[in-house]
Write a protein that binds this ligand. Sequence first.
Ligand code: HEM
Length: 242
Amino acid sequence: MATTVEHEHQVLRYRTKQRIVHALLATSFVVLLLTGLVLLWDPLGWLAAGGWSRLIHRIGAIGFLAVPAAYLILDRKGARELVYDSFRYDRDDIEWFKTMYRYFLGHAVEMPPQGRLNAGQKLHHAAVMLVSATVVVSGLAMWFFKPQLGASGLAAAAVIHDLSMLALTLFLIGHLYFTYVYKAISGMTTGWVEEADARLEHSKWMDELDAQAEAVTVGSGASSHDEVSQEDQSQEDQSQEG
Ligand code: HEM
């Protein structure tokens, strides 16, 4: 197998199906946020005329609800990794938190070594999962159990729903900030990131990929972990299709 020139000095960070799920998550969240603002905020109330925003909000909710199912159907391995990695913190992660102000300011150099996700990403992803659950439960309660909730139950569900959306919006602002500062967007657009950046920011993950590439080289004569990444993508796609 020849080394691809196209992705020389790059490493595959997200497979196609992971990126599709992330696109569904991002799109449905933005739809929910915008239509939610129209429903909530009086100055935008005129946009809600005709009940369109309520309908689009519900369509966005179905998309948001479909995210975990889509992840499990399309890429079980990716879904498992995401949950497992997000809730597991080691000593290096604790050290990373202690110096994370440096990372906030755009200095990844000399940070404690990190795995596929850095400690901040783990915390973000775990918080997104937990807070999304409260958005979903409170939203479904208001959608399907309005009569049973009564006035006070409905008010409580609305407060939980709105505060949870506020929290997710603040997480998103941070998420976009780091995406911009660390030029991470290619991981979600093409799937590939620069190898040098990955070595700097996720050195333990790169060590794992190097070890896998070594094993492949010994076993089958492949020549770089660029190929391991490609193989990972195509094998994963085939196994999920089969
Ligand atoms: C709207 C624009 C968004 C952009 C540009 C964006 C960008 C990105 C990028 C670049 C990554 C990969 C980071 C890396 O590990 O290198 C990522 C991962 C992720 N993002 Fe976003 N994101 C967006 C919206 C959201 C929203 C709204 C949420 C949650 C409500 C979210 C949750 C996540 C999660 C959970 C991952 C990890 C995905 C996985 O491991 O499969 N993102 N995002």
